[in-house]
Design a protein around this ligand. Sequence first.
Ligand code: GRF
Length: 193
Amino acid sequence: MAQSTGYNKIGAAVFISGRGSNLKSLIKFSKTKKSPISIEFIVSNNFKAKGLNYSRIYKIKKKVLNFKEKNLSESKLLYVLKQNNIRIICLAGFMKILSKNFIKKFNGKILNIHPSLLPKYKGLNTHKRALLNKEKYSGCTVHFVNSRLDSGKIILQKRVRISKSETETSLAKKILVQEHKIYPKAILKVFNL
Ligand code: GRF
């Protein structure tokens, strides 16, 4: 991926659908000197996403589109992202599947974070499934997005141990702490930093 130099950071957008804790950790990271990206845009398919508050708190532009007519929402989005010189997209709890066409337009420039050790447990309810299968470990993965769900090239993973008394809630919490650490690290890795 293109290098960023000095204050000339690469414009990034973060796509969310809910709480936005990864968004917050990415914003904090993007404000550090070592970050190659600057978060210029927040996108949500959900008008009620709690994470949209970070748009106001950190004065970052936002765009909310319902994605009911996916093609229309995506073409509006492509326009707005281009206008704002967005060159990298970080999906962070974004619950819509982007079309092949959209992904092609941002070829190799869309990242996602997933709460499992991919290729295990693609899709939803990852913690529940890991516990049901009596896994000893789970974790989180940052990967590139391709047209198949949670299947793009893996950038970084972090493993956590599942304890005997683990519950879905405790596991989710434990993994989320690691998510907030590996997403920034994965971005540095993508930029060879
Ligand atoms: C995270 O667990 C992420 O891995 C998954 O959705 C959750 C989003 O959490 N894709 P948040 O909105 O970043 O707090």
